[in-house]
Design a protein around this ligand. Structure first.
Ligand SMILES: [Zn+2]
Ligand SMILES: [Zn+2]
Length: 477
């Protein structure tokens, strides 16, 4: 029988992240499934650092809902990374699988099993550094490891290696290597490597931004010495075209980085469709949030500060891992001690272009630690979309189906950056409906970009500390 993952991939994992004795089980399934349709469950046994154990000799027993128990056996000396194929669910609903091995027990992430024709949810880490960044090189790992770990250890659908280019940290030869290895691992419909890099500015104005593209240009574009995020976008537009890239600001509340994105340097919603609201640095959602960065910029650079000015941004989250551990684990530099972030993308297929297009149109949401399902609408629009006040015939209704691995302790409805309603399900799944009966003409914000508007989004918090943030829905004048 063919090895899974391949012997070469097992070697990459064993060489760069040899795991010690098992302390945790991870079992991952697709977030959207159909009754009767087959899917794989990825089963991973981890050591205390989150590396795949080389000392696991047990069989992991997995209970499929309403069906049998299936087993997967691991051998000493081989990374405990495997998959169970041909699993299917019989009925519609929200389900988790449960797994056990000796004294270890775990639930899988939830799946929404439905006959409705809805897009898939593809999970990825848009922000991973490798040794090519030359930043904490003692902690980081190879590009080979980045892609192998993202696909097999983290069981992600897609990843972006966002190595630093600015201040002399990349050149043509490194870029060529980055491009070649990303092409090697890109496997459309199975696993996507999204072309990307990180650009910084000497002045700090606009903070640090990642650049994402559906394909690799011959060379990256940088504006480190004298530029800002707007001049970077102008240069990128000249180098390719406006629809061939977008930029994502991250840790906008980091001290000294001036992540306010002032009117002078805001490149507009097409070039900057989303903000990275959370990473291992912490959360930049609003001042006073429970997981802030360690050293915070004094200016108004939180996501809600930017949204309240009329900047139209959806949400993504990543790790910003400098240990090259996509979606979590590893021995990071001290400042990266918060929960790992991930991005959920809603699209019909798994290709570079479809992942790129979905984020460009804000068809995505952000999460930390867990693959939280959020499926719903606000005033009849999907998260990330907009409507006009004239389209409203009834008060805006927020409908959302939420499920997580651990119990959900809070679901907050946020309007214009302020929580207006909280539900406390204390269960791993919940279906909520809330109608906002406020006089909307009294709460509109005026902005130079959107005119009079309001926006809503939904925030989920779990017992494990995991959170998720839907992209907003905007109601415009
Ligand atoms: Zn760095
Ligand atoms: Zn970074």
């Amino acid at each position: 029988m063919k090895a899974y993952p391949s012997e070469l991939q097992q070697k990459v994992l064993a060489q760069e992240a040899p795991g010690d004795v098992p302390v945790a089980l991870n079992i991952i399934i697709p977030s959207v499934t159909k009754p009767g349709e087959m899917f794989d469950a990825k089963v991973i046994v981890l050591d205390k650092a989150g590396y795949p154990s080389l000392k696991c000799e047990c069989s992991v027993r997995v209970q499929i809902p309403e069906q049998d128990v299936v087993e997967i056996a691991f051998r000493r000396g081989i990374p405990a990374v495997g998959r169970l194929q041909n699993i299917r669910l019989v009925n519609e609903g929200l389900f988790r699988l449960s797994a056990s091995c000796n004294n270890l027990k775990a639930y899988s992430n939830p799946t929404f099993c439905t006959l409705e024709d809805i897009p898939g949810i593809y999970w990825g880490d848009p922000h991973v550094h490798t040794v090519l960044s030359n930043c904490h090189a003692d902690k980081s790992r190879s590009l080979n490891f980045c892609f192998t770990a993202a696909r097999h250890l983290s069981a992600l659908d897609w990843v972006a290696a966002t190595d630093h280019v600015s201040n002399g940290r990349c050149d043509f030869s490194k870029w060529k290597e980055q491009r070649a290895v990303a092409e090697l691992y890109n496997d459309p419909q199975e696993f996507v490597t999204l072309p990307a890099y990180e650009a910084s500015f000497k002045s700090g104005a606009g903070g640090d931004n990642n650049v994402y593209m559906p394909s690799f240009p011959d060379i990256f574009t940088d504006e480190y010495e004298n530029g800002n995020v707007k001049t970077l976008c102008n240069k990128l537009t000249d180098a390719m075209s406006a629809d061939a890239f977008f930029v994502v600001p991250h840790h906008t509340t980091r001290q000294g980085k001036h992540g306010e994105i002032s009117d002078e340097i805001y490149p507009g919603p097409d070039a900057m469709p989303v903000i990275e609201i959370h990473s291992k640095w912490g959360t930049s959602e609003y001042r006073g949030n429970p997981n802030p960065l360690k050293k915070i910029h004094e200016g108004p650079s939180y996501a809600t500060d930017l949204l309240n000015r009329g900047l139209k941004m959806g949400f993504v989250a990543g790790t910003d891992s400098h240990a090259t551990m996509p979606s979590g684990g590893g021995d990071e530099p001290d400042h990266l001690d918060r929960l790992p972030g991930m991005t959920a993308i809603r699209c019909a297929e798994l290709t570079r272009q479809s992942i790129f297009n979905a984020v460009k149109h804000r068809q995505c949401y952000a999460a930390s630690l867990e693959r939280i399902i959020m499926h719903g609408s606000i005033a009849g629009r999907a998260f990330g979309e907009e409507l006009h006040f004239a389209d409203l015939t009834t008060p805006p209704e927020i409908n959302v189906l939420v499920a997580a691995r651990s119990d959900i302790t809070g679901i907050d409805i946020v309007r214009n950056g302020t929580t207006i309603h909280t539900i406390t399900p204390n269960s791993w799944k919940a279906q909520i409906m809330y109608e906002d009966r406020e006089d909307l003409s009294a709460v509109q914000i005026k902005s130079r970009y959107l005119g009079n508007f309001i926006y809503y989004y939904v925030r989920v918090t779990c017992e494990s500390g995991a959170q998720a943030w839907s992209s907003p829905v905007w109601i415009l004048g």
